[in-house]
Design a protein around this ligand. Sequence first.
Ligand SMILES: Nc1ncnc2c1ncn2[C@@H]1O[C@H](COP(=O)(O)OP(=O)(O)OP(=O)(O)O)[C@@H](O)[C@H]1O
Ligand SMILES: [Mg+2]
Length: 262
Amino acid sequence: MDREDLLLEVEEITKRFGGIVAVENVSFRVKRGEVVSIIGPNGAGKTTVFNMLTGVYKTDHGRILFEGKEIQRREPGEIVKRGISRTFQNIRLFPDMRVIENVLVGAHIKTGYSFLSSIFRSRAFREEEDAITLRALKILKEVGLYERRDDYASNLPYGDQRKLEIARAIATGAKLILLDEPAAGMNPQESSELMEFIRLLKGRGYTVLMIEHDMSVVMKISDRIYVIDHGKPIAEGLPEEIARNQRVINVYLGGSQNAVEN
Ligand SMILES: Nc1ncnc2c1ncn2[C@@H]1O[C@H](COP(=O)(O)OP(=O)(O)OP(=O)(O)O)[C@@H](O)[C@H]1O
Ligand SMILES: [Mg+2]
């Protein structure tokens, strides 16, 4: 793998909560333009990995490199500015705000304008505001929510709320988008639309790291898959390799206590 192509390198990260080791020595890599998935049973440590990538939790051990630079000790706000943005396992939108306003919240993270310039509403500030609004509208067109831009977020169907969350993540200027169970709670029609949508993001040059339980989604759109169980890495490979990996099959079918070593 050419180092230049690597967007994210995670080296043996560990996170403990008191006596619980939620994540232990997990390593993975994401190349620019890839869709990579992290899978594993409930409580495996997947969301904890995302929380470390976004600076919500500090790692107890290990390194996280984004574009070759260590970020494991950075604060969440700085990590977003560097280009990592996420969605949440339980949708977190501003339900009483309009669709466009939800996207603008993401877009504002990108601006360097100070509070004072917003008071004096300098010409540069106003131009920046116009540019941000145009960009937000463009993103809404990209994700297919332009027609609903003035609706309240809470009035969108579930699948569209997920898309709006992704739109907000894109609006921060993210290079790497982390999706925590984007297909959760979706019907088959919605999850197949979501798959098309993630393909579209990939086609537009975005890099996606996704946690997902819906195997039909994972197997169809992932370039590579990493599997963790009880916080530990147990397999990695192409979708077809993961689908026939005996250890992975055992974890999913038999409960991890029965997993055989291979
Ligand atoms: N803030 C916390 N404090 C204490 N324990 C935590 C905390 N966050 C996570 N854990 C524990 O760490 C382990 C991994 O949790 P995590 O949420 O990362 O799993 P997950 O793979 O995302 O599971 P799911 O598929 O159910 O979302 C669990 O045992 C969980 O209870
Ligand atoms: Mg989770």
